[in-house]
Structures are given as C-alpha cells and as structure tokens.
Design a protein around this ligand. Structure first.
Ligand SMILES: Nc1ncnc2c1ncn2[C@@H]1O[C@H](COP(=O)(O)OP(=O)(O)OP(=O)(O)O)[C@@H](O)[C@H]1O
Ligand SMILES: [Mg+2]
Length: 341
C-alpha cells in the first residue's frame, strides 16, 4: 500500500521534495500506516471508524471538509487537491469503492467535464482529485454555471420573449384586418409589449416569478439528460420534448394571467385589449418557436457532448444535482460526483 500510493504520487508529480510540497508533509510522512487499506467502517465498526478518522485528522493532519452519503472528503496539504475516501456505506448495490473506481475510470477521460484525478488506490479505497473552484449548492449558482458553460442556455428568456413578440406581431397584422375582430382600436400595443416584458422579468402583478426562471433552466438541463439516458429518446427529441413543455407553459401562463379578459372589474376597453392580446398569443406559435430553439440547442457542441457523455458513461442523471456539481477555474460546470447506480 505504502509503495503503491508513493509510487502513484511520484508519477503524478515527479520527485519527493515536490511531493511533500504537493500533498503536505504529514500526509507523505505517515503513509506507511495502513489506514487506507479498507474503507472507513462507519457502518460495521463505529469505534474502529473513529480511530481511523482520528488518525487521518490528527496524524495525517488532513481536514475533513465534506461528507457525502458514502465518501469522506479531506483537504490535503495542497489546496488544489482533495482526498476522497470510501466508507463501507452503500447506495443500493453500489459500494463507495465502486463509486471511487467509476470516477477513476471517468475523470481524466473527459477533462472538460470532471475534476482531474491525480492518483488513486487500485482497490478504490481512496482517490486524489482536483478541488473544484466552487461546489454548487443552490439553483441560482447551478443556473449561472449552466449558462456560462453551455451557450444554448444563455438568454433563453430573452430569446423566447423575442420570438413570442415576433409571432404575436405577425398575428396582430392579420387580426387588424379581420372584420370579425371587434374593437381593434382598443388594443394598446405598447401596453401589450409591457405586459409580456413584465411577465418575463417577474414584475407583472399576476406573476409570482419570471416565466423562465432559474428552476426552469435547471429543469431543462436535467430533463434533457434524463430523457436521453433513461428514456432513450434521441438527443434532438429529448431537447424538443422539454422545450415544448416550457414554451407551451409560458404561452398558457401569458394567456391565463397577463391576458385574461375575465379578470375581475375590467373596463370595456381593458377587456377588449386583453381579448385581442390573447388572440395574438396562442398555441400556434409553439411549433415554430420550439423548432428554432431545438436547432439552436443542437448547434451547441459542448452541451451535446455533455449529454452524450452522460449517456455513454451510463451516469445516473438524477445524481447530476446541487452538491454533486461545481465549477472549474473558468467558471464552467464540472461534475464532482459521477456515479452509476
Ligand atoms: N472535487 C471536489 N471539489 C470540491 N469539493 C468536492 C469534490 N468532491 C467532493 N467534494 C465535496 O464533498 C462532498 C461529497 O462528495 P461526493 O458527492 O463525491 O460524495 P458521495 O459520498 O458520492 O456523495 P452523495 O452520494 O451523498 O452525493 C460534495 O458534496 C462536495 O461538497
Ligand atoms: Mg455527492
């Protein structure tokens, strides 16, 4: 064991003086103990677990910075490198050792999407990995990382809004000349655009949140992964399926909240304005908007290769979630916990 970890670390960094600087003096000095030979026995032998944990904390002098369901994560003497140690906890039939070995096998093959793995135990008990710049803990940060990594998600709200306006203006041109449409003169175009704008930015009094907010972005992102990997839809079909639901919802929300002519106490003119607005924004615009958006998403090679990678590696898509994702030094999304359950 000792020779193995020393050898692997040496392979990763070169010489033994550098090694100490790289991983911390105590860690390197005390590798002759066999603390890592077995996973930490958190389930099977709690007192032995505390003994070993103490050893890692006090003798190897590493800080425990996080605990997942079945791995403990320690800082090493090097601020950029973490040590992930398996416990004897399982998740279904998956052991922590299996999870470590899956990461060993995956991380360095997709440097864009995972932290780097520096050295590891061939039995999967521990793995030395690059520390993510940030660990994503909420949907705000998840959304920002998705947008900075994948162009197709950027300004999605503005794009959808613009397309709705485009098709609505087209429809209004037709409605203006339709003899069956009464009181077209009561339609207020400026007000109409303002109502759409406020629905999108969440300032409309009848909308509790922006129509395409952070949770929608994260929902599309995760949903495309699941449709593709679990339901075995093609990438194109997975994207189309999720976007159709989002665009359909936005349009029905606009009709229901912003342009509802039955809303109480409307003046005659207001009622006519809402009725015509509603005629201009209808479900017929869903298809052309979704078709355009699907092409826009398919053009984003980074996103498409991420989706394909999740499927090819058989990574469980629902595990791609807050606390299992982070950002690298470029602010791009990386997966720090990539398991197949
Ligand atoms: N490369 C990394 N960079 C920064 N922090 C990390 C890294 N890997 C793990 N962590 C931290 O350690 C925590 C646990 O790690 P990880 O999710 O890999 O363990 P796990 O036991 O598989 O967790 P779970 O199954 O509960 O999601 C993470 O939520 C994160 O806070
Ligand atoms: Mg995790």
């Amino acid at each position: 064991m000792r020779n193995q970890i020393r050898k692997l670390i040496l392979e990763a960094i070169g010489d033994s003086r550098g090694e100490k600087q790289f991983f911390g003096e105590d860690f390197i000095k005390k590798l002759n103990d066999n603390v890592f030979l077995e996973p930490l026995p958190v389930v099977s032998n709690l007192s032995e677990y505390y003994t070993r944990l103490n050893y890692i904390l006090n003798d190897l002098n590493l800080n425990l910075i996080a605990q997942g369901h079945f791995r403990h994560v320690f800082e090493t003497g090097n601020p950029d490198i973490l040590l992930k140690v398996a416990t004897d906890q399982m998740a279904g039939s998956l052991t922590a050792v299996d999870a470590n070995l899956q990461e060993v096998n995956r991380f360095n093959r997709y440097p864009r999407f995972f932290p780097k793995s520096y050295a590891y135990d061939e039995d999967g008990v521990w793995i030395l990995v690059e520390k993510a710049k940030t660990v994503i803990k909420n949907d705000d940060d998840f959304k920002s990382a998705i947008e900075s990594s994948f162009e197709c998600f950027r300004n999605l709200d503005a794009i959808v809004k613009m397309m709705i306006e485009y098709y609505a203006n087209y429809a209004l041109g037709i409605l203006a000349n339709d003899p069956n449409i009464q009181n077209f003169d009561k339609f207020d175009h400026k007000k109409f655009l303002q109502e759409i704008k406020s629905a999108f930015d969440g300032t409309h009094p009848r909308f509790s949140r922006p129509t395409i907010d952070k949770s929608v972005i994260v929902w599309i992102f995760k949903g495309v992964l699941s449709e593709n990997a679990i339901d075995k839809r093609s990438v194109k079909h997975s994207i189309e399926y999720k976007l159709r639901i989002v665009v359909g919802n936005v349009i029905s929300e606009l009709r229901r909240f912003a342009f509802d002519p039955d809303e109480g106490n409307l003046s005659y003119a207001e009622e006519a304005h809402k009725r015509i607005s509603r005629a201009a924004v209808d479900s017929r615009m869903i298809n052309p908007i979704v078709e355009w958006l699907v092409l826009h998403f398919l053009r984003d090679r980074v996103f498409i290769s991420f989706v394909n990678m999740i499927k090819d590696e058989n990574i469980t898509p629902w595990d791609i979630r807050t606390t299992n994702v982070g950002t690298n030094s470029n602010g791009e999304l990386i997966v720090i916990d990539a398991s197949t359950f």
